[in-house]
Every structure is written in structure tokens, then in C-alpha cells.
Ligand binder design. Structure first.
Ligand code: PLP
Length: 571
């Protein structure tokens, strides 16, 4: 049994609080937290041994070089590579996949060749293949999954043929937690002569990796998902494949000899590591791997399976909540949606955040997978070695509370939903600035973000209803994670007054819409164009408290209103 309290004590982040609550971190599939062993190793590197590597004749540089190359040896040991030269340091899984797609793809793909991916893939294991397929004329074929979120092996075997050049699949799905039978997937691909890339980003911190036993041709992962730093990752590739591929980037360290006429390249691994690498990242990654080994992956895996079972039991007992992805083999990931009452995952995430609970919401960079389930997003809790059963109980209790509160709330009456523009009435302020000042005064009066957040949600509850007939493709706003429609028009009987109706499935976004409506709707095109929305959002602190995607969504809504104002102003 793992001593979770002792493990947790090694993570300084858990000494912090979130909105006054003890931190409950359930987003390890996005990034794990770092133990003192890793932080200290990076710190010591910077304090005592930093210099550029490989080229310095002085001792400091040689020490840094030794640490960097020892880190490579640690990686090779951790994944059981035959030779550490087969382990290339990259920025992360994404860069590793891009490298293989660009270099192996350029040398090996021709028109009509096929690349097989699965429905479960992260965008970083889809888009690089699309890019090289477009260049070479190769085609992408996709392995379907069943409703539990498992790869359909029979369908996979039918896709394999003499045209298959490469199969790229993840070992664990980040969105659902499905553990794929990669050993069988690799063997079947090899039987038709195809090369296989395994995206191990979600596996390496949760179970033993043995690239030789798997017989993987390429294996990729990121440091920040296994208790290491960001900006460092690994591409493992079989020596013969790496040797016959062209280099990825040109620059220092990757050359043997350069003349203006011709360049020869350095042997592995330097051939793929152009420029000064992330030396401290490699040192931190090695410290993370050693730290994981000190606990033992068998112990970690058993602990996470206990967490998974507990979370699955607790969350499936909550009425109105539906777990997505119930594969027989899963790692510590639970994804869900709330269907009764329908709750936007964004609202679930922000409500949990206000209780100190960090989860991930959205499409998890797996839009094709979301499409397969006919949903836009899920809420996802993912576990690390530092989580305990209490974290999961707190999550389940908070979710029960959030769903009960949503049920108790009055929803917009269907009669109002039917009303159209004809009934639209909003009393406009004297100017956008006057409206903004009123809003800012209320924000200044509310002492902290949780109260301001609640105020925004309350505004959203009172948002003027938008008739369903106005929610068309033309009124959809892109750049928002949640669904947003905004219909703007020139107010009847005027030539330059703009008004708009908007709606979203997320309560927080509805609140933001209400703010925008207060500022812009009923104002002249000139006044709208003169108003500095960004400065206003900064003034009321939205720039600090909204996620990047939400800020982009807000900017897209503002842009929609401004575009109409520009059209009106130029007429
Ligand atoms: N592959 C999977 C399955 C992932 O979950 C992720 C990140 O979430 C990636 C690839 C990309 O990793 P990175 O952003 O570290 O390059």
C-alpha cells in the first residue's frame, strides 16, 4: 500500500489553497505536479552546474554535459531502450510526433499510402499526420471505437493492408482513460510491414514501459505528465529508422561538417537535437523518473486503480451525471457530462474551482472523439500518485451540490424562448462608458473573485431570452469552448443603433453576454467602436480570472458586435 500522505508531503503545491480551500488537484492528465526531488534537482542545476553543453572545454560545461547525457541514460533505462542514442530529447510528445511525421513521413510516404490512427487520438497525434498526408498524397484511415471507448480490433485488422505504412495510436486515451492493447496493435501492424508510433503521453507515469518488449518503432512522451518539468519530452525511435530519416531541424550540434556546398550530420542522438536543448528540463525529467522508480510503478498503478474504482462508483451514483468511457481497461481518468439538468462542462469546472477542485473541461484536444459521442465536451478528473480517496469524495459531494443547485434554479420559460426580436427591449445606458462604469462599481464593491463570479452567473440567469430560430450557423460564434450564438441587428426605426441577442449553454458565458449587452446593446455604431472593451475587462479583473479560451470567446463576441458597428459606420 502506498503511503499517500507521505507522498503528498513531497509536493509543495499542496501547501497552497485555492479560493480559500485546500487544493484538490484532479488534472494530472494535463500536467502532474512536481515533487521536491524534481524542483530541487532543477534548482541545483541552475545554482551549481549550468553551462552550455557539448562544446565547452571547461569543467562546468563538461559537468552540464554529463548531467544531460546521464539524463538520457536514465530515460533509456526507464523505457528499456536498447541504446540511449535512440532516446531523443524534444519539447514534448507533440514535438516528438511532429518530428516523426515530418522526417519519417517525408522519406517513406507516397501518394496512396495509408496512415492508420484511432478515434481516441489527441489532436497532436492527428494533425501532424494530416500535414504530412497533404504533402505526400497519403491517406488517413481511422480505427473506430465502441460505446465504451475501446478500439475495435476487428475493424483495425480490416483496415490493415499492404498500403498501410504507419499506425499511430495512444497507449492511454487522455479523454477517457482507455488503455489500449498496444502490444497486439503493434504486432498486427508489423505483420503487414507497417511502422508503429505509440503515443505514451498518458501511460508512462502509470505503468511500466518496455519499448523493446512492445517492439514499438517509435514511442513518445512528455516530462510534465510524469512529475517532471514542462518543455521537455522524449522521442524513442529504433536506431535503423532514426538513422535513415532526414534531420528535423538544422543548426548547431546536429552537424558533423558544414560547408556552403554540403553538410553532413552528426550521429544519433545529436542529429535530431539542433540548437541548445532544454538542459535543466532533461535534468528535471531524470529526477522525476528516478523519483517514480523509488515509489515503484506497480505501487503507483495499484493506488490509481483504487482511486479509479472509487471515483467510478461515487460519480455513477450521482443522478443526472453520465460517465463517458467505460472501457474494461482504464487508467486513472473519469470523464463525464451532466445531462439532467443539462449543465455546460465549463460551468461544472468553474463551480468546482470555486470549491478548490481543479478538473479539466472541454474537448481535451480530442474533437473527433467528442464527435463520436455526439457531445462537445466532457468534464474530466484525472488522478496522480498524490490523490487520495478524500479528494474523490470532495469531488462527488461538490458535484452533487452543484447539480442539486442547478435543479432548484428556475430555467427560462419555454414561452419566453418563443418570443422573437419583436419583443426585444433593453434599456440602454447613456453610453458604453456609462454602462461600463456602473458594472465596474458593482465589481469593486464585491470583495473577491468568487463573489464576482457569482454576480456574473446571476446576470446570466436574467439574460434576455434568445429565440431558438435565431440560433443558426450564421449567428454561431467561433472561438468559444461552449456553444454561443449572437444575433445583432440595427434597431428598427434607427439607422445606427445596434442591438443584439445572444445565448450560450454555459452559465458563465451567459453572464458575460449580459455584461456585453449592458455595454453595447442600444448604442450607436460610433460609440461601440470608440469603446475599449479590453481595457474594461482588465479593469474588472476578467483578464486574470477567465481562462485563455474563455477570453478568446469573449473577444470573438466583442468582435462580432464591432464588425456590425464597422459595417454600419462605413455605410
Ligand atoms: N498525447 C496525449 C494522449 C496527450 O494527452 C497529450 C497532452 O495532453 C499529448 C499527446 C500532447 O502532449 P504535450 O502537450 O506535452 O506535447
Amino acid at each position: 500500500m502506498l503511503d499517500v500522505a507521505a507522498v503528498r508531503a513531497q509536493f509543495p503545491i499542496f501547501e497552497t489553497t485555492a479560493h480559500g480551500f485546500p487544493l484538490i488537484y484532479l488534472d494530472s492528465a494535463a500536467s502532474t505536479q512536481q515533487p521536491t526531488a524534481v524542483i530541487a534537482a532543477v534548482n541545483a542545476y541552475h545554482r551549481q552546474t549550468h553551462a552550455n553543453i557539448h562544446r565547452g572545454v571547461y569543467q562546468l560545461s563538461q559537468t552540464a554535459t554529463r548531467l544531460y547525457e546521464e539524463a538520457r541514460n536514465t530515460v533509456a533505462r526507464f523505457i528499456n531502450a536498447a541504446d540511449s542514442a535512440e532516446c531523443i530529447f524534444t519539447r514534448g510528445a507533440t514535438e516528438s510526433i511532429n518530428l516523426v511525421a515530418a522526417c519519417w513521413g517525408a522519406a517513406n510516404l507516397n501518394a496512396g499510402d495509408e496512415i492508420i490512427l484511432s478515434t481516441l487520438e489527441h489532436h497532436s497525434n492527428i494533425v501532424p499526420w494530416q500535414l504530412i498526408a497533404q504533402k505526400t498524397g497519403a491517406h488517413i484511415r481511422v480505427i473506430p471505437i465502441n460505446d465504451a471507448g475501446e478500439i475495435q480490433f476487428d475493424a483495425y485488422q480490416q483496415l490493415l493492408s499492404s498500403r498501410t505504412r504507419l499506425v499511430a495510436v495512444n497507449q492511454v486515451s487522455n479523454a477517457l482513460g482507455t488503455i489500449n492493447s498496444v502490444r497486439e496493435i503493434i504486432a498486427a501492424a508489423h505483420a503487414v510491414g507497417a511502422v508503429v508510433l505509440i503515443d505514451g503521453a498518458q501511460w508512462v507515469a502509470h505503468g511500466v514501459t518496455n519499448v523493446q518488449e512492445l517492439n514499438a518503432d517509435f514511442y513518445v512522451f512528455s516530462g510534465h505528465k510524469l512529475y517532471g518539468p514542462t518543455g521537455i519530452g522524449v522521442l524513442y525511435g529504433k536506431r535503423d529508422l532514426l538513422n535513415t530519416m532526414p534531420p528535423y531541424q538544422g543548426g548547431g550540434d546536429m552537424i558533423e561538417q558544414v560547408t556552403f556546398e554540403r553538410t553532413t550530420y552528426a550521429p544519433l542522438p545529436s542529429k535530431y537535437e539542433a540548437g541548445t536543448p532544454n538542459i535543466s528540463g532533461a535534468v528535471g525529467l531524470a529526477a522525476a523518473l528516478t523519483w517514480i522508480e523509488s515509489i515503484g510503478l506497480a505501487t503507483i498503478s495499484a493506488h490509481e486503480q483504487r482511486l479509479l474504482q472509487h471515483a467510478t462508483a461515487r460519480l455513477s451514483a450521482i443522478s443526472g451525471l453520465e460517465i463517458k468511457g467505460m472501457a474494461a481497461q482504464k487508467s486513472g481518468v473519469v470523464s463525464w457530462i451532466v445531462v439532467d439538468p443539462p449543465l455546460a462542462t465549463l460551468d461544472i469546472g468553474t463551480q468546482l474551482d470555486l470549491r478548490g477542485i481543479c478538473i479539466r473541461t472541454g474537448h481535451h484536444c480530442c474533437q473527433p472523439l467528442m464527435n463520436r459521442f455526439g457531445i462537445a465536451a466532457t468534464a474530466r478528473a484525472s488522478f496522480g500518485v498524490y490523490n487520495n480517496l478524500d479528494d474523490i469524495d470532495r469531488l462527488a459531494e461538490a458535484l452533487t451540490e452543484i447539480i442539486a443547485a442547478a435543479r432548484a434554479k428556475n430555467t427560462i420559460s419555454p414561452a419566453l424562448q418563443q418570443e422573437g426580436w419583436g419583443n426585444f427591449k433593453l434599456t440602454a445606458a447613456a453610453s458604453p462608458t456609462a454602462a461600463a462604469n456602473e458594472i465596474a462599481e458593482i465589481f469593486e464593491f464585491l470583495p473577491d473573485w468568487p463573489m464576482r463570479h457569482q454576480h456574473v452567473i446571476d446576470l446570466g440567469d436574467k439574460l434576455l431570452p434568445m429565440p431558438e430560430s435565431l440560433k443558426t450557423a450564421a449567428t454561431a460564434v467561433h472561438g468559444c469552448q461552449s456553444t454561443v450564438h449572437i444575433a445583432a441587428r440595427i434597431a428598427p426605426g434607427t439607422t445606427d443603433i445596434i442591438e443584439f441577442l445572444a445565448d450560450s449553454d454555459a452559465n458563465l458565458v451567459r453572464g458575460l453576454i449580459a455584461l456585453l449587452q449592458q455595454i453595447y446593446s442600444g448604442q450607436s455604431a460610433a460609440a461601440i467602436l470608440a469603446f475599449d472593451a479590453e481595457a474594461f475587462f482588465a479593469r474588472i479583473g476578467l483578464d486574470q480570472h477567465l481562462s485563455m479560451s474563455r477570453r478568446n470567446g469573449l473577444a470573438a463576441m466583442v468582435q462580432r458586435v464591432r464588425t456590425l458597428a464597422q459595417q454600419v459606420a462605413s455605410e
